[in-house]
Design a binder for this molecule. Sequence first.
Ligand SMILES: [Zn+2]
Length: 368
Amino acid sequence: MLNNSSIPNSIYRYNIVFYLIAFFLLLLPILTGCFSVQNELQKGSNQPYYVLPPEMSKENENQKLMNSAKPLFFGKKFFLDPGHGGEDRKSVGVNKRVVEADINLAVALELRKYLADAGADVILSRDKDTTIALSDRSELANKSGADFFISIHHNAPGRYGDEWIDYTSTYYHGKDTNYEYTPMCQDIARYVQRDLSYALRTSGGPGSFDGTYSDYNIYPGEGFSVLRKTKIPAILVECAFFTNAYQEEKLAIREYNRLEAFGIFRGLFRYLKSGYPVWKNPVIERTNDSVAVTLHAEDSLGIVETSVKVFVNKKEIHTFDFNKAQKNLHIILRPADENPMIIRVEARNKNGNYSYPIELKIDNILLK
Ligand SMILES: [Zn+2]
């Protein structure tokens, strides 16, 4: 029988020291970084380039989304404008894997499918690789009777050769300090930007807190032609940077283009769900020395009373009364020098979304 007490204590001590040294040696490569984390983005690895959200990967989740989207999209008309194309194919990815014109079109075609499945009417400025002038894009949109204009682009940095940069940005026209600005466009931009960058796992870039940008940031005082000349609510999406090698790999995959379209669609869905006021039934009546204009705001949520603004020929006026319960706006117009008088009315609902733009043209003769 072996008597434990016959083993000297020092042997136990040596064992402990041995295990400690062995443990430390095993830990050493990790501490020094020799076991570097496998780059999941590396070519040849099994790691996916992107992950599809449940609404894209699971049929029942997709059905749930489409079922709640249908009542909101039904009767709405969207004008999609895939940027460039035809003679304009000079924007090419850093590894020449994609041409911007082609991926813009791919995203637009996928977005058309989503919108049409949800019951919306969709018109495209181009559905193939053709040349369309910038002004024609706006003109087509203005004549189309569409409710929304979405121009789809992919980005390149202003500083040539910066291949690191990559983010998602969404543009609206003008700045809130000038009359050209339509707050509704920034509302739509916010929703689309949030959900697109969520789907792509991109940031909104360092130039803005929420990833939405005024087009005056790019062309001060002018903005983008397609946003300036389009007279329906309009945004321009720069989905991601084709000048970033990793992003370009993804942009070359059609399913990823569908993911981009999904992000835009989800943003539009969330926007429509949060609602926006629509001014309806304008009634114009002449009184002794003035003209009275009455409008009704259609909105399921309710209007923020203090947000109601009335402009006459670009100048804000305060001769109006808003009945909160009935959502009726009563404007009194005094004779003015300008003819005709252009009346613009704005208000936002309780979700913070601004009204669909309305402009009424009133002949000044009425006031004489
Ligand atoms: Zn572009």
